[in-house]
Design a protein around this ligand. Structure first.
Ligand code: UGY
Ligand code: MN
Length: 254
């Protein structure tokens, strides 16, 4: 029998208040200043989001270069490695699990990529807060960030990659959430904050609004403000995702 390929099948879902982006529908875009790389705009204002989430796959000689004027960028190395050069001439080597937060007013230059490097980025227009200055650059690695117990459940472990809870200057949080096998969110969350996330490991079931989706490593999700959300981990290894959340700014401007 002939092997018939059904090209009309996709696991991607797009709803008014959430989306599941599994990568099967990605079509490359171009990002000015980023050369010799595949850029997938996974989440963007065009779909109703208040931020952007990109997945970048650079060639070895690719370059990601830019200057942040009104939009801050968080870079996370999903796999591979690269070099990052900052405004002050400082040069950093980033490996899997490394991250760099580049605030407004700063430029960046990533190059020297290892083969098959993949970089996840979150972009948010910075909202200044009276009495606070713009945050500083942060370059670190997830292994340096302690895991804390979430909602009194020792099987739910949270890492805050940015110091948004100690410093109101930050208007975005980027966290890594680890669920031990069988662990789940203790209730269906419904909140003003928005999320963009990517699975780094494992699998489970995500409830978004009134729908239930199987999710696994590599999948990305957008959750609009007030989208009811719940996750339960399945399988034998921990389920891990990195996610964005807008924080520290009351939605009504003074
Ligand atoms: O921080 C959060 O709101 C997080 N608990 N939400 C989520 O994982 N969907
Ligand atoms: Mn949430």
């Amino acid at each position: 029998m002939n092997d018939i390929k059904l090209t009309s099948i996709s696991t991607t879902v797009f709803e008014r208040d959430h989306a599941l982006l599994t990568g099967d529908g990605f079509v490359n875009s171009v990002y000015p200043g980023w050369t010799d790389c595949e850029v997938n705009v996974v989440i963007n204002e065009a779909m109703g989001a208040g931020f952007c989430q990109l997945l970048v796959t650079p060639e070895k000689h690719g370059i990601l270069k830019g200057q942040n004027i009104v939009t801050q960028i968080f870079f996370y190395v999903v796999k591979g490695s690269s070099t990052l050069q900052l405004d002050n001439g400082q040069i950093e080597t980033l490996t899997k699990g490394s991250y760099a937060y580049i605030p407004i007013g700063q430029s960046y230059l990533f190059n020297g990529f290892e083969a098959n490097t993949q970089i996840l980025t979150f972009h948010k227009t910075f909202e200044p807060l009276e009495g606070y200055s713009v945050p500083e650059i942060i370059v670190s690695h997830e292994s340096k960030v302690p895991q804390t117990i979430y909602c009194d459940d020792p099987d739910l472990l949270m890492q805050n990659l940015l110091p948004d809870q100690e410093d109101m200057a930050f208007d975005m949080a980027i966290n890594i959430f680890t669920y031990n096998p069988g662990a789940n969110l203790p209730f269906v969350e419904t909140h003003i904050m928005e999320h963009g996330l990517m699975y780094l490991q494992g699998q489970g079931i995500y409830r978004l609004a009134d729908k239930w989706y199987p999710v696994r490593k590599g999948d990305c999700i957008w959750m609009a403000p007030y989208c009811p959300q719940w996750f339960g981990a399945l399988g034998t290894e921990p389920a891990v995702y990195i996610y964005y959340k807008n924080v520290n700014r009351f939605p009504i401007k003074p």
